[in-house]
Design a protein around this ligand. Structure first.
Ligand code: DHE
Length: 654
């Protein structure tokens, strides 16, 4: 019998919600005990189970019981009582092995396949064992009992549940629960059907592919799971708007421009500072990449997500999940906050104006909620304008929620380019025009997430992760030039650019949904025959990759497998050789936490890697020899995630 892999969820929680996208409300992982309280019969009429059926029962408990009961009524999936009378063994076998593939060949399977049930990765023998177990329960009667609906929540409980939802669920499922990276979980089309017990089971035990086991991982208490299970069967609260007046009220100009130094006051090479996000501490550590000394640890607010650099590199701009933007001056003797403002209630992206003549002039923040972007003064963060981005999607479907995903700043034109997640458009904002209008909306695909520039800075390449595609936008002509299927749930971060010995310039992504590095041709002028086509696919030992990185000086490409469910795989880094055009090696970076995200120093001869843990570390490797050079540790290094070198971030080097 296959030993089920240990289901591991980041102690830091939020990361794992990425992978919900893989399966939507798919089934597979289950409680080892019948904690859902449903009737799980074992063999009917007291008959002892055969060895095969007993093995099948264990597999059923592990892989199926989070979604199915036998006689306990429907959960996420149907009650399977009597299933072996209804379907032939061969049919069941093909279905369990790979429902999606089977649905393509069998009309009955096609008629019932909703996309929810995943291939469980069972072998033929294991599948036969599960079927033997199902046969052993053939006398169990199905239940038509309707799932238990929600109880009323008091106002205090409702508020508490809203906050838990915002912190743990909204990032993937959407504030209004319409789905994006994760599936839609609105009452009418999902959660009432699953019912309280089913939802509690899922929240406790998780689902394969990444829905975190919030309960088993000790992140949510039983009480919180009870609140959440009821809350998501009730209509979502309408989140409030945030207009320019309110945003301006939140604005805090800590150090006016006149009081700031006119030249750098530090003897250090501030262009080689690396900002490290300390996610759960709500802080940013600024480390001198030359000396490895920590220059400052700055409070930036709740779950800070990314840093970007102003065009000159003088300012770091942080954005947190609470929508707060923080501007940090690196020219003071010790880096310090000079301005702060809250442009959104929920946000993931921020960027500076970068074209000549507009250096350090403006900042844009993209909101997850409300559906808007906000432009600020690039020296003071004074709010200048707010623009609504709510619209129907590219297929004409009306939407209540559109979130701004990645934003990049062109180095050639006075524009910001941003992915509009739910609507599937790439928007172009012209910051040379009064009022900073959205001048163009280019149809791309659903749901846009992260992305970056090609090596020339002309093409914006972004993941449409629900379509398993990279979308390529020519920012010069403001047109979509390609949509390329790369693999299951591409997640490039900003991506990586290098010259492949055979295909010339390429752009690459890894994937959350499969262990694969995919290279696409990215040289339409020099190598037009390969442009915007998959030119190379390289297996990565481990799935759930979030980030990859290289540098013009490097012969390597580094990648993580941060969301792998296989014990230990989430603590490895893998290195691809550009020269040999193959994976060089994967190795353990740490024996704790989750290994995630890479950044080079300014010279491009060191790679910095985060060990995302309460006892966090930043491990620095020599990029030539691939050997460990330095390890930054300390009580203060709490949950390090993204790292951003000033020079590389200002110049979009990746
Ligand atoms: Fe991120 C980039 C959204 C979870 C670390 N993340 C981005 C971007 C978006 C985004 C839209 C691109 C910004 C840009 O370029 O302008 N991230 C989301 C989510 O919606 C999601 C899935 C769930 C959530 O609720 O936040 C999510 N992200 C995570 C994490 O769990 C990570 C690993 C840790 C954390 O901070 O919560 C994480 N995201 C990062 C990092 C980047 C990022 C480090 C920047 C990568 C880079 O090299 O530029």
């Amino acid at each position: 019998m296959r030993v089920p892999t240990v289901r591991r969820v980041n102690v830091v929680g939020i990361a794992a919600i990425f992978a919900i996208v893989l399966l939507g409300a798919a089934c597979g992982y289950s409680p080892s005990s019948n904690s859902s309280g449903t009737t799980l019969q074992t063999g009917g009429a007291d008959a002892p189970l055969s060895e095969e059926a007993a093995a099948g029962q264990a597999a059923f408990d592990q892989q199926c019981a989070a979604c199915h009961t036998i006689g306990g009524g429907p959960l996420v999936g149907p009650d399977l009582a009597g299933i072996t009378d209804l379907r032939a063994t061969d049919w069941l076998h093909s279905w369990i092995i790979d429902p999606a593939a089977f649905a393509e060949t069998d009309p009955d399977a096609e008629a019932i396949f909703t996309g929810g049930m995943p291939a469980l990765g069972l072998s033929d023998a294991e599948t036969d064992e599960v079927i033997a177990y199902l046969e052993s329960t053939s006398e169990v009667e199905g239940s038509s009992a309707a799932p238990e609906g929600p109880r009323d929540l008091s106002a205090v409980e409702f508020d508490e549940a809203s906050e838990i939802f915002f912190n743990r669920c909204a990032g993937c499922h959407g504030t209004l629960r319409a789905g994006a990276t994760g599936p839609a979980i609105q009452p009418e089309d999902r959660t009432l059907e699953i019912g309280t017990t089913g939802i509690e089971t899922i929240l406790t035990k998780g689902l394969p592919g990444g829905m975190p086991a919030w309960g088993d991982a000790g992140i949510l208490t039983e009480g919180e799971i009870d609140l959440l299970a009821n809350f998501i069967q009730l209509d979502p609260p309408t989140p409030p708007p945030l207009d320019l007046t309110q945003i301006t009220e939140s604005w805090n100009l800590v150090v006016p421009v006149a009081d700031r130094p006119t030249e750098s006051q530090t003897a250090r090479d501030w262009e080689d500072f690396t900002g490290v996000i300390l996610r759960d501490a709500g802080q940013v550590a600024i480390i001198d990449a030359g000396t490895k000394e920590t220059v400052a640890v700055i409070d930036t607010g709740f779950a800070v997500h990314i840093l970007r650099s102003s065009a000159t590199g003088r300012y770091f701009i942080a954005v947190g999940r609470d929508g707060r933007v923080t501007m940090i001056d690196l020219w003071t003797e010790t880096p310090e906050i000079v301005a702060q403002v809250q442009g959104c209630f929920d946000a993931r992206s921020v960027e500076a104006s970068k074209v000549e003549g507009f250096e350090d002039k403006y900042i844009i923040e993209g909101c997850y909620w409300p559906p808007q972007y906000v432009v600020f003064d690039g020296q003071t963060l004074e709010p200048l304008v707010v623009h609504d981005i709510l619209s129907p999607d590219i297929n004409g479907k009306e939407l209540d929620e559109v979130r701004v995903a990645a934003i990049v700043a062109s180095h050639f034109d006075p524009v910001w380019v941003m992915g509009l997640k739910e609507s599937g458009y790439v928007g172009i904002v012209d910051y040379s025009q009064p009022d900073f209008p959205l001048v163009k909306k280019i149809e791309a695909d659903l749901f846009l997430h992260d992305g970056g520039w090609d090596h020339t800075g002309r093409y914006f390449i972004t993941a449409a992760n629900a379509q398993n595609k990279l979308m390529v936008i020519d920012v010069k002509t403001q047109e979509l030039v390609a949509g390329i299927e790369t693999g299951k749930v591409p997640h490039p971060g900003r991506g990586a650019n290098w010259q492949d010995p055979e295909f010339g310039w390429v752009y690459a992504t890894t994937h959350i949904g499969e262990g694969k590095l995919t290279l696409i041709g990215a040289d339409p002028e020099g190598n037009p025959e390969h442009a915007w086509k998959v030119v190379r696919e390289v297996e990565i030992p481990g799935t759930g990759s979030l980030f990859l990185k290289t540098h013009p000086e490097s012969q390597w490409v580094w990648m993580d497998t941060a969301l792998s469910n296989v014990e230990g795989e989430n603590q490895q880094a893998c290195v691809y050789s550009i020269e040999k055009m193959e994976m060089e090696k994967c190795f353990q970076v740490a024996d704790h936490g989750t290994v995630v995200h890479f950044e080079y120093n300014k010279a491009g001869d060191e790679v910095w890697i985060s060990v995302w843990d309460r006892d966090g570390e930043v491990v620095i490797y020599d990029d030539e020899t691939l050997t460990e050079k330095h390890r930054i540790t300390g009580d203060w290094l709490i949950t390090p995630t993204g790292k951003f070198n000033v020079f590389n971030t200002a110049n979009d080097i990746y």
